[in-house]
Design a protein around this ligand. Structure first.
Ligand code: 4AD
Ligand code: MG
Length: 464
């Protein structure tokens, strides 16, 4: 008999209440008394488990099966009983239960709440827990939601390279990709590693952003987005930095910074609407055990217009709170997490776009404003997470771009193809990058990036 997934039963219990069905999954918990045992089992198709009732005299192998503990893989054949008055809307009365895979007594996921720190040490097993299970289900739903948003808006889904010879952010925080031997590295006459002998014939790195290639695609297709892994060799030991994370990067032609923010706001609202619809059980779990303010916050995203404030004005607004901060808000310095939180949680109490940052703290490709001091940048800050999106209008004037690149230590020869985009029918354009893990943190209220990515890579850790 074909197996029935638990999610299908939740969709339409009545349809499955006729005749025998087979459900295969893993025991979550088993509570037994003399003649009766209640098993919660999960097959991964739904967040909610299925309750299975085993009964002496009615279930074959009752005496063996009642000993199978958490983690055991089983296939249950039985009939579904609708129980609208009980805690769960139905239960499966087992006629037969077959062992698929026994579970060792050393199984670490027993029925109790484990700390997130402990769960990180069992990365191969923690997707089976409610917390990480909810995070990864929301993650999957959010990915589909993003694709559907951009697909409906007519964006081209572009794939940009993971190995690259361009430093998109000009920040130098890149992982080297090489096949040169580390012990006897071939050297040039000057003593530097001889990349001419390397796999690509020059230094190559894991990408920090698909933006530069994304811009080339936007100059052909008008509206594109990328969605892929990016890598940063930043030695940041925070709750919101990973060395490997996923980024969504739209790029739009004939558009300015206001268009860029409008797109970001519409995208975020659409994702929140879709995920709250598709993952009610996961979000209810997070609201109960992780972040009591979650439901209200997500509803707030749908209701309110996001605030917009210039960086210069933001610094002024932060002044009265100076005594609360470790770092004084000073014009010219990047906003610290504490400043971001104050803006989103106290001053505006909603998501806020901060625009027009000082040019010296932003990347070379951002469009220079007429004041000579700032660039047409925008960061979207959200309560709880801080910066979730970073974007800008791009410098489309070839001479200014080239000058700025050189000022910031870039080699114009290495970026010739990027500068070409300005010579061959360049136009006003802009884009942004959404940190996908930060989005999942925001959607679930989970405060640590290590718990919203199945196998996190952070400074000092690449386990599993
Ligand atoms: O602000 P960032 O560095 O912007 C860019 O990379 C641009 N090229 C994007 C663009 O305009 N196309 O990064 C964008 C977002 C941040 O706002 C943040 O959400 C996330 O990526 N991010 C990280 N997430 C996790 N771990 C890290 N180390 C991150 N660094 C950036
Ligand atoms: Mg940024």
């Amino acid at each position: 008999m074909q197996r029935t997934e638990i999610a299908r039963i939740f969709e339409n219990p009545v349809a499955w209440a006729e005749g025998e069905i087979v459900v295969c999954g893993w025991v979550r918990t088993l509570r037994d008394s003399k003649a009766l045992a209640f098993m919660q089992m999960s097959d991964g198709s739904s967040f909610a488990p299925l309750q299975v009732v085993l009964e002496d005299g009615k279930t074959d192998d009752f005496k063996t099966a009642r000993k199978w503990g958490a983690g055991t893989a089983v296939c249950v054949t039985g009939t579904l009983a609708l129980t609208p008055e009980a805690n769960q809307p139905f239960e499966l009365h087992a006629a037969r239960i077959a062992l698929e895979g026994a579970c060792d007594s050393g199984y670490p996921l027993q029925k109790k709440r484990h700390s997130v720190e402990f769960l990180r040490t069992i990365g191969h097993l923690r997707p089976r827990t409610n917390l990480v299970g909810a995070a990864l289900r929301v993650r999957s739903a959010a990915a589909f939601a993003l694709h559907s948003f951009f697909g409906e808006q007519g964006f081209l889904y572009a794939h940009t390279p993971i190995i690259t010879t361009a430093d998109a952010e000009g920040a130098g925080e890149m992982f080297l990709v090489t096949t040169l031997p580390m012990d006897e590295t071939p050297r040039t006459q000057e003593g530097a590693p001889d990349y001419a002998q390397d796999f690509f014939g020059k230094p190559a790195h894991l990408t920090v952003s698909g933006q530069l290639q994304g811009e080339a695609m936007a100059m052909a297709f008008g509206k594109i987005y990328t969605f892929g892994p990016t890598f940063r060799a930043e030695d940041s030991h925070t709750q919101r930095h990973a060395a490997e994370f996923w980024m969504v990067e739209p790029e739009i032609a004939f558009a300015d910074l206001a268009d860029d923010m409008a797109l970001a706001e519409a995208m975020l609202k659409s994702v929140v609407a879709q995920v709250t619809q598709q993952c009610p059980a996961e979000l209810a779990f997070c609201a109960q055990y992780v972040d009591p303010g979650l439901t209200e916050r997500l509803q707030g995203v749908l209701r309110a217009d996001f605030a917009r404030v210039s960086y210069t004005r933001a610094i002024e607004l932060l002044q009265p709170f100076s005594n609360d901060f470790d770092y004084k808000p000073v014009w010219g310095c990047d906003l610290q997490t504490e400043h971001e939180r104050c803006l989103t949680e106290k001053i505006f109490a909603r998501p806020v776009f901060v625009t027009d940052y000082p040019k010296d703290i932003k990347a070379f490709y951002m469009r220079q404003n007429d004041d000579g001091k700032t660039v047409a940048a925008m960061d979207l800050l959200v309560p709880g997470v801080g910066e979730i999106i970073g974007g800008s209008q791009r410098e489309e004037r070839a001479d200014r771009l080239e000058t700025r690149l050189a000022q910031m230590g870039g080699d114009p020869a290495a970026y010739q193809w990027y500068l070409d985009l300005r010579r061959f029918g360049g136009c006003k354009h802009c884009g942004f990058g959404l940190g996908f893990e930060r989005l999942v943190m925001y959607l679930t209220g989970i405060p640590n990036i290590r718990d919203v990515i199945a196998f996190p890579r952070t400074a000092g850790n690449a386990a599993f």
